[in-house]
Design a protein. Structure first.
Length: 83
């Protein structure tokens, strides 16, 4: 199964990326995911279910530890694993 995760972390800071946002970007970009898109107001990534779920676990743990007060996320099934 393939999944897409969309997420944001708060609180927002329009002047400078807060530590939790930087950590979120690092977690997602270092995971074995494809179709990664990180931006100032939302982030998305796609991949095989096990990789997406592992990235979400790491994302939640690390962003909360880095000062996030809220993490909003949505996970969607987008298809079957082509393997």
């Amino acid at each position: 199964m393939r999944l897409r995760v969309e997420f944001t972390t708060e609180p927002f800071d329009l002047d400078e990326a807060p530590a939790h946002a930087v950590v979120a970007r690092e977690v997602i970009q270092s995971a074995e995911l494809d179709a990664v898109d990180v931006g100032p107001f939302g982030n998305t990534a796609e991949g095989v279910a096990d990789e997406v779920l592992a990235a979400v676990d790491s994302l939640l743990r690390k962003t909360l530890a880095s000062g996030a007060t809220r993490v909003s996320l949505q996970v969607n099934v987008i298809g079957e694993d082509p393997k």
